[in-house]
Design a protein around this ligand. Sequence first.
Ligand code: RIB
Ligand code: CA
Length: 337
Amino acid sequence: MLPTPAAEPLPDGPRRLIIDCDPGIDDAVALLLALASPQLEILGITTVAGNVSLETTSTNARCICELASHPEVQIFPGCPRPLVRPSVIAAQVHGENGLGGVRLAPPQMPLQPIHGVDFLRDTLRCAPAPVTLASLGPLTNLATALIQAPQIAERLELIVIMGGAVGAGNVTAAAEFNFYADPHAAQVVLHTAADYGVPVVVIPLDVTHGAIATPARRQALRDLNAPAGQNPIGQTVAAMLENYGLREQQARGFTGPPLHDPCVIAYLLQPDLFETEAIAASIEIQSPLTQGRLVVDRSGELGLLGRIHLATAIDADGFYRLLLEHLGRYGGEPPTP
Ligand code: RIB
Ligand code: CA
């Protein structure tokens, strides 16, 4: 029986969190959501090549932390390419600069001189208390750290991953981008987590496609703390979303872009926005046609080595209430009681 993921805030204070990401527009929104919450103590952000190059994801992570007035957050650049397969990026979805063409002030805060994998491995190895990992991009960094030192999994209390699709993928018919970009890493993480009994929540496209930034929701972002305009963040996020994944929207008949990665942070802040089911799972790594496919088995009898809590539904209105309330805090809006 899978352990129930500990998704409520810890009794002794904020949840200790490492965010691994490839900003990317939705990663950027996820970071803004996380940085606005006192429920989360961000131990560090690790970046990985994914939506755009490692250099660009690392620059964007710094820009977002400075936009959120959190230049103290430490950012550790990780792996510049997947474990095995050649690099793929998604600049056609996120724009060449990874933020939908929105130009933020060049970052003043430094990148950390420690590699993201070393930060993950050494922080977990020495962690005085268990750590949660939010994975928003290809899983190359975490997989590499787990290959180097699998026992660090004992210090992980929960891994929440945006990835996979039980229905259609978004890169191939079978695979979602994060698992497609580095299928070997995704398999290493799911299998090693199962070996060490680490609760893993996977939020697939089937659920994040329920979190569409409709025109009304994008207007609500623009209206945050308007007209005083003290909150450029609402307008900045709306501007990034305007050019996010337009081709996929048209192909799927969406009225706006799905906010994939913020679902991971929303799960940590308010898990009851989601429904999940315990399920056996693994990642297909062989076939050119289906590599990166999240393969699931509800019976648990078919030899799949991963054990996950697969998200199956989202309260989209509740998700956007949470997102708007948190982004509103940047403009001085007091948190709603
Ligand atoms: O398939 C969506 C995922 O791939 C998101 O994390 C997006 O940022 C990209 O990394
Ligand atoms: Ca991402």
